[in-house]
Design a protein around this ligand. Structure first.
Ligand code: PEP
Ligand code: MN
Length: 351
């Protein structure tokens, strides 16, 4: 149930409505919007007459949420959520671009990649230090040493970091270095991990599982939101279908549907969907055309030497091309692609 307060309701009225909901046994999630405050009431509403709440001072109306996911639904919050990472907004009019290698491999590699990211005016950098690999014999990531390198390389260019957390035991360590915590596709229903990142104060990028329905995906987001973390970014990264010409099938339709079902920002990962670099740009453009709020894309200064996902990493010149093509699509769908050029620290390690 959502209790929508009147525009201009006083703090005392908001508190009173909130206390009344708590007294009735609900857990209250408060959202202070630009115009008004809304109180999400999660709990058993059997035997409670919503009219009883609708007549409280300062309350405009009470809406019942019909979906199993509550906090993630648009019924709960009709205004789109904008997640801020430093000065970068995800879910606003500007497209948010996250770029970087699949994994952190070495000091030289991550510094080179950070430079490529910054040169395109992109401020969010990806890079995995803990890697979920199909084979236990594949490169598993550099762990905390990788996080340190990632942080240092990002700091040199004033970039923010998006990196994956694989395990509940690593949440605190990853959160120490990262600006956004990524939950990978394989972990979308790792409920212990979702609860753990729900307690964190860092935004969470939640990838869709490779066989997850939209409802399962939004229920996963609900775990994070219910934990108190309101900054969830959804990421469509391709699902398993019978079509086997690309690594996964990018579900562009899902982008548009999820934007309708939920107020959370949705971005697209064209790299893991494509599996090959020649198809990354078309999928990226399709995602943005379908209404995605941004992209997370893999790039590498020398993909032939990459320890993970080299074939799908964009070459530096392809990354540059992607950015200029994106500019055109962004305009067509009335979004903005703004390049941000910060100051690079010249005294730090440089490659
Ligand atoms: C990744 O981003 O490198 C990754 C492993 O993604 P996914 O969980 O979508 O496969
Ligand atoms: Mn990857």
């Amino acid at each position: 149930m959502v209790v929508i307060m009147k525009v201009g309701a006083s703090e005392r009225q908001i508190q009173q409505a909130s206390h009344e909901l708590e007294r009735l046994g609900f857990k209250v999630h408060r959202v202070d919007g630009v115009m008004r405050t809304i109180l999400g009431a999660i709990g058993d509403k059997r035997g409670i007459d919503p009219q009883r709440l609708a007549v409280l001072d300062g309350v405009e109306r009470v809406v019942e949420i019909t979906k199993p996911y509550k906090l993630a639904s648009r019924e709960f919050n009709p205004d789109s959520t904008i997640v801020s990472v430093g000065g970068v907004q995800i879910g606003g009019p500007e497209l948010a671009i996250i770029a970087g290698p699949c994994s952190v491999e070495s000091e030289e590699q991550i510094y080179r990649c950070a430079r490529l990211v910054a040169q395109q005016g992109v401020r969010l950098m990806r890079g995995g230090a803990f890697k979920p690999r199909t084979s236990p014999y594949s490169f598993q990531g550099l762990g905390e040493a990788g996080l340190k390198l990632l942080r240092a390389a990002a700091d040199q260019h004033g970039l923010y970091i998006v990196t994956e957390v694989l395990d509940t035991t690593h949440v605190d360590t990853v959160a120490q270095y990262a600006d956004v915590l990524q939950i990978g596709a394989r972990n979308m229903q790792n409920f212990a991990l979702l609860k753990a990142v729900g307690r964190c104060d860092k935004p969470v990028l939640l990838k869709r599982g490779i066989a997850a329905t939209l409802e399962e995906w939004l229920m996963a987001a609900e775990y994070v939101l219910d934990g108190g973390n309101k900054n969830v970014i959804l990421c469509e990264r391709g699902i398993r279908t019978f079509s086997d010409h690309l690594r996964f099938t990018l579900d562009v339709g899902a982008v548009s549907v999820v934007k309708e079902l939920s107020h959370l920002p949705v971005i697209v990962d064209p790299s893991h969907a494509a599996g090959v670099r020649t198809k990354v740009i078309p999928l990226a453009l399709a995602g943005v055309a379908a209404g995605a709020d941004g992209l997370i894309v893999e790039i590498h200064h020398d993909p032939d030497t990459a320890l993970c996902d080299g074939p799908q990493a964009l070459l530096p010149e392809q990354f540059q091309l992607l950015m200029s093509e994106l500019d055109l699509v962004a305009q067509a769908v009335r979004r903005r692609l703004v390049r941000h050029y910060g100051s690079t620290q010249s005294y730090a390690q440089s490659y």
